[in-house]
Design a protein around this ligand. Structure first.
Ligand code: HSE
Length: 441
């Protein structure tokens, strides 16, 4: 491990000066004395890499001469590089270059870590430097350090998280107002909660990258973003929200990381999808753009971590916490934990994972239809918990149909998918209106 000379400033380079970067820069300057006291050496901001120099940054209390577009040179002149640019390239090359030059890295880059974390870990190991990334998952919430360090002596069984604030805001508003998805996303954009292009959030890519990081740490196993089953919230309708209400549930986009045992042995399943969750579950009370992560561990039992998952200052809090940890290592020697992937559990096929399901079907309202529907569930070994029926009358023809809502006991995804295919093929089933997972029970 590279240690600094006592009292010598620790050189910090900042890559990115957007919403998070500008908060980091401001906190570095405004809290310089406290940070120096906590670390045992002062921090010296040696440069801030930006895309354009000409922009007005007069609100950021940083010497304008420190702004540079030459990130490649900047990373070779620092003891610690903070990266808050995001994306895969050029972030990967810049961080590898920083590490090769002996710098420790603090990054918020979930996409890069979920895509190529092992390469960064290996480079950090080879160079004897730190790689910290608390801000990559759930913004201000301390969740990675607790899993990586505080729970290192326990056995994590499951991590269930609301790790995307944009989608939580949208689903919460749909729940409270009864509005549809498109209308609510437009509102969220107008309020600045959703990006102009909300794809990464609403399609679940952001949550899937975070789920991969959580699962890797929780299960000591490499999990990449590609290993995560992903469904976003674009198909969630006002009718789904109403159905959830009838079940005394709310709909949340959940990141679910599970260690499970199949006939072939133990493995890991990681998935991101909307799901109904009982209003009594602690995650159901996570409103607006807040995040929360619920952890089940053998000895610790159930733990919940809650807070702001995005935004400049909250995310900068996590970045600065990592910065202090990494800088302390520079002062007193030692390193934080490196990659822990020794368990090397297989990634289980999504079809083997199991949960409960809420299925809504429009069917003909005549004798034998319910029996035929129930037979398909039985044939595929999916056990029914409850069935409810509403009679629907076509306002134009006066023809009667029935809407059946079936809630199952726990079944595998493969069995459920086969059941739904079979139901869709019955000539008495007009439409499989929706299938929603029911979690947390
Ligand atoms: N876009 C993310 C969210 C924040 O809505 O939670 C950054 O990961």
């Amino acid at each position: 491990m590279l240690t600094s000379e006592p009292g010598k400033p620790i050189r910090v380079a900042l890559l990115g000066c957007g919403v998070v970067g500008s908060s980091v820069a401001r906190m570095l300057v405004e809290q310089a004395d406290d940070l120096a006291a906590r670390i045992g050496a002062p921090l010296e901001l040696v440069g801030v890499a930006v895309r354009r120099i000409g922009k007005d940054r007069s609100d950021i209390p940083v010497d304008p001469a420190l702004f540079t577009t030459d990130a490649a040179t900047l990373v070779t002149a620092a003891d610690i590089v903070i990266e808050v640019v995001g994306g895969i390239d050029p972030a990967r090359e810049l961080l590898l270059s920083a590490i090769a030059n002996g710098a420790s890295v603090v990054t918020a880059n979930k996409a890069l870590l979920a895509e190529d974390g092992p390469t960064l870990y290996a480079a950090a190991d080879a160079a004897g430097v730190d790689l910290y990334f608390e801000a990559a998952v759930a913004g201000a919430i301390p969740i990675l350090r607790p899993i990586r360090e505080s729970l290192a002596g326990d056995r994590v069984a499951k991590v269930l998280g609301i790790v995307n604030g944009t989608t939580n805001f949208v689903l919460d508003k749909m729940d409270t107002t009864g509005a549809g998805f498109a209308e609510t996303v437009a509102q969220a954009q107008a309020l600045g909660y959703a990006e102009a292009d909300p794809t990464a959030d609403v399609e679940g890519f952001d949550a899937a990258a975070k789920a991969a990081l959580l699962a890797s740490l929780a299960f000591h196993t490499r999990v990449s973003g590609r290993d995560v089953y992903r469904e976003g919230i674009t198909e969630v309708s006002a009718a789904d929200m109403a159905a959830a209400k009838e079940m005394d549930c709310v709909v949340k986009l959940l990141a679910i990381c599970e260690r499970s045992t199949t006939p072939d042995g133990e493995g890991v399943c990681v998935r991101v999808h909307p799901a109904m969750i009982a209003r009594t579950h602690p995650l159901a009370s996570v409103r607006d753009a807040y995040n929360a992560v619920f952890v089940q561990a053998s000895a610790a039992g159930e733990l919940m971590f809650y807070g702001k998952g995005a935004g400049g200052d909250p995310t900068a809090s996590a970045v600065l916490g990592d910065l202090v940890a990494v800088a302390r290592h520079r002062v007193s020697g030692g390193r934080g934990p490196g990659e822990s992937a020794y368990a090397d559990l297989p990634i289980l096929d999504f079809g083997t994972s199991s949960t409960r399901y809420h299925i809504s079907l429009d069917v003909d309202d005549r004798p034998g239809v319910l029996a035929a529907v129930a037979t398909e569930f039985a044939r595929h070994d999916v056990s029914i918990d409850t069935v409810r029926q509403h009679v629907l009358t076509d306002p134009e023809t006066g023809e009667q149909r029935a809407n059946l809502v079936v809630v199952t006991h726990r079944a595998t995804e493969a069995a459920l998918a086969a059941t739904v295919d079979a139901l869709a093929g019955l000539d008495t089933v007009a439409e499989v209106v929706s299938v929603m997972r029911v979690e947390g029970a």
